[in-house]
Design a protein. Structure first.
Length: 211
């Protein structure tokens, strides 16, 4: 066999070797394309998990902030010592100090008991109380129950309260306060000391009358 024959015999082997490498590359490309959707889906799932983790972290942070904020409410209720006396009460039920506490009434509350004094009180509440410690309440005399409910004074008003805590302003609280709701409520004072005092008065009157 001469040199030319040998070259012609070797050349097909080279071509066959190159063809095998090309097929391997093509197959690898098809495998990569086939796995692409799964890779994209896995990437999306990882991104979703990261977003959910961030959302949960933000939610836990907000829950912590909310748990440290004060909670202030305002109401008109019967006095614990004298059941027929109505008092306006502002109280902080939260764990921290409330500051810049502002309350407004629409329409303005009206009372038969020192109306000018109560009008000044509403102006004070509108301008704001400086602070209210946790668990503390402030009370002002509003009116005598049976006198107020027998009058033609407005019996409902919309209350709006704004205040701040250690983490900044708290959400505005607005609600309708209908005083007619408490008109038929029991006016029995809390505890038993009031009844004891009344009984002592009765016994004292009997003793004086018999002496």
């Amino acid at each position: 066999m001469d040199t030319r024959s040998c070259q012609l015999w070797v050349s097909p082997c080279k071509f066959r070797t190159m063809d095998s490498s090309a097929w391997i590359a093509v197959i690898a490309a098809f495998v990569a394309l086939a796995s692409l959707p799964f890779t994209v889906q896995a990437a999306r799932a990882a991104a979703g998990q990261a977003a959910e983790s961030r959302r949960q972290t933000a939610l836990q942070g907000q829950i912590h902030i909310d748990s440290q904020q004060p909670y202030v409410w305002l109401d008109i209720m019967g006095d614990d010592a004298q059941g027929t006396l109505l008092k306006l009460t502002v109280r902080n039920e939260g764990p921290t100090v409330a500051t810049n506490i502002k309350a407004s009434f629409d329409p303005h509350l009206q009372t038969m008991h020192q109306p000018e004094h109560f009008s000044d009180l509403q102006d004070l509440l509108a301008s704001g109380l400086s602070y209210l410690a946790p668990g503390r309440k402030i009370e002002w005399t509003f009116d005598v129950g049976h006198q107020f409910f027998s009058s033609d004074m407005p019996k409902s008003t919309t209350v709006t309260i704004n205040y701040a805590g250690p983490h900044g302003p708290c959400p505005t609280n607005t609600y309708l306060m209908r005083l007619d709701d408490i008109q038929i409520s029991a006016d029995v004072p809390a505890g038993s000391l009031h009844r004891v005092a009344e009984r002592i008065k009765e016994l004292t009157a009997v003793v004086k009358a018999s002496s």
